[in-house]
Structure formats: structure tokens, C-alpha cells
Design a protein around this ligand. Structure first.
Ligand code: CTP
Ligand code: CA
Length: 227
């Protein structure tokens, strides 16, 4: 039993992961989206399952297969993602790897907009901050809340700011302006920001980032935070 616990340190834990982009419809054929392949989020779901966790993966539209041994909830919009996250709490660990569209259109056109008409202007409203809402839950907050920050400038400063403002425990930050090409690629160079530390990890595959992150999560839970 001891060896089993060491190999599967997330046994008995529930890990909730968001992944992929969200699509916000403009009309029946057009949408607003963020750039995200879902590779990092899906890798985290696989890694958590491999370490023994029960995993719920809430994913926007991606061109990836559903990971095996994971409960997958497919959503399209940020509001759907938010509702799916709420429905699938409580969790011991929640990881927000999704690239959520920050805005949606105030009203979706029911008919396809024609370019022959007037130049359209989009009335946008802000989407709910899913990580921010879960991070600041007064009751039923996951023991460990992990957010991501994809930045093109001031990575360290933005990561620390977002960690606090969203009530996250950890932020995994990366510089998406880097020539290594995080978007769509298989490797990732990240900085892990916690309450009392900031570590620059070497360039790693997204699978390796996922495994290290979930091993760290298991250690963190093991050090006191009982389910
Ligand atoms: N996030 C979320 N819901 C949103 C927006 C962001 O859950 N509506 C989460 C992302 O999944 C990520 C973290 O918040 O874990 C940071 O996302 P990011 O887009 O970097 O943060 P924003 O607060 O939207 O700031 P920005 O203006 O830089 O886009
Ligand atoms: Ca954003």
C-alpha cells in the first residue's frame, strides 16, 4: 500500500481542469476566440489521472482526443465553461488552463450578418472570470487553485498581480512572445509563482510541465491540507 501511495499520490483526490479556448458566437457562422490548442490543459488532466486522481476536464473546442480515464465535459462559451466548473465542484485541486475569451457579444445575431450591409460594430460584454470566482469562494474553495498567465510583456509582474487579484494559490506563467512558440507547440517554458516563491522552469515538454505541476500539487496536499 505504501508503494501504491507513492506512485499514485493523488489517489482519492478530485482534480478539475479547464482547457482549450472558448468560442463566443457573433452570428450562426462566426465567433470570437482566444488562441489555444488545449495541449497544456489536456496534458495536466492526463498527468493528474496518471497520478491516481479522479479528473474532470472541462474543455472548449479543441482538435484533441478526450484523454482516457478522465471525465470530459465539452463546452463552447465562457458562460458554459463557468457553469460546468460550478457543477463539477467540489475539487481538491482546480487548474485553470483554458484561454477564456474575455468578451462575448451582447446579443448573438440570429441570422448570418451579410458583408454587403453596413460595416458591423460589435457590442461586447465581459465574460465571468472563472478562476477569479473559484479562487475567491468563501466556502467549498478547492484546497489548491492554480491559474495560468500567458503574457507578452512583464511576465513576472503580471503573474504575481494575477495570483493576488484572482485569489489563486499558484500561477503558471509563460511568455507567449518567446520565439519557442508556446501556442500550438509541444514545449513550454514556464515560471511557477506561489505565495512565497517564484521559480523559472527550464524548457520542458507540455507533458513534463504537467507531470511536475501535478507532482507539486500532490506534495502540497500531502503537507497538511487534508481532504
Ligand atoms: N481566466 C478565467 N476566466 C476568464 C479569464 C481568465 O478563468 N474569464 C483564467 C485563465 O484560465 C487563466 C487566468 O485566468 O488561468 C489568467 O487568464 P488571463 O487571460 O491571463 O487573465 P485576464 O484576467 O483575462 O487578464 P488579461 O487582460 O491579461 O487577458
Ligand atoms: Ca484574458
Amino acid at each position: 500500500p505504501v508503494a501504491r501511495l507513492i506512485k499514485r499520490p493523488l489517489l482519492g483526490r478530485h482534480v478539475l481542469v479547464t482547457s482549450g479556448p472558448t468560442h463566443e458566437p457573433i452570428d450562426p457562422v462566426r465567433y470570437i476566440a482566444n488562441r489555444s490548442s488545449g495541449k497544456q490543459g489536456h496534458a495536466i488532466a492526463r498527468a493528474a489521472a496518471g497520478l491516481g486522481a479522479r479528473v474532470t476536464l472541462v474543455t472548449g473546442p479543441v482538435a484533441l482526443p478526450d484523454p482516457q480515464g478522465v471525465d470530459v465535459v465539452h463546452v463552447e462559451t465562457a458562460q458554459e465553461m463557468f457553469r460546468a466548473v460550478e457543477r463539477n465542484l467540489p475539487a481538491d485541486v482546480a487548474v485553470f488552463a483554458a484561454a477564456v475569451a474575455d468578451w462575448r457579444t451582447a446579443a448573438e445575431a440570429q441570422q448570418k450578418l451579410k458583408k454587403s450591409g453596413d460595416k458591423p460594430s460589435l457590442d461586447l460584454v465581459e465574460n465571468p472570470d472563472i478562476l477569479g470566482n473559484v479562487g475567491k469562494l468563501r466556502s467549498g474553495r478547492p484546497l489548491l487553485v492554480i491559474g495560468f498567465a500567458a503574457e507578452t510583456a512583464n511576465v513576472a509582474g503580471e503573474a504575481a498581480r494575477k495570483r493576488k487579484s484572482k485569489g489563486a494559490d499558484w500561477i503558471v506563467a509563460n511568455d507567449v512572445s518567446a520565439p519557442t512558440g508556446t501556442f500550438g507547440g509541444d514545449s513550454n517554458t514556464v515560471r511557477l509563482v506561489t505565495a512565497d516563491s517564484a521559480e523559472d522552469w527550464p524548457p520542458l515538454s507540455k507533458d513534463e510541465v504537467a507531470l511536475r505541476l501535478m507532482q507539486r500539487a500532490a506534495e502540497h496536499l500531502g503537507r497538511g491540507a487534508a481532504a
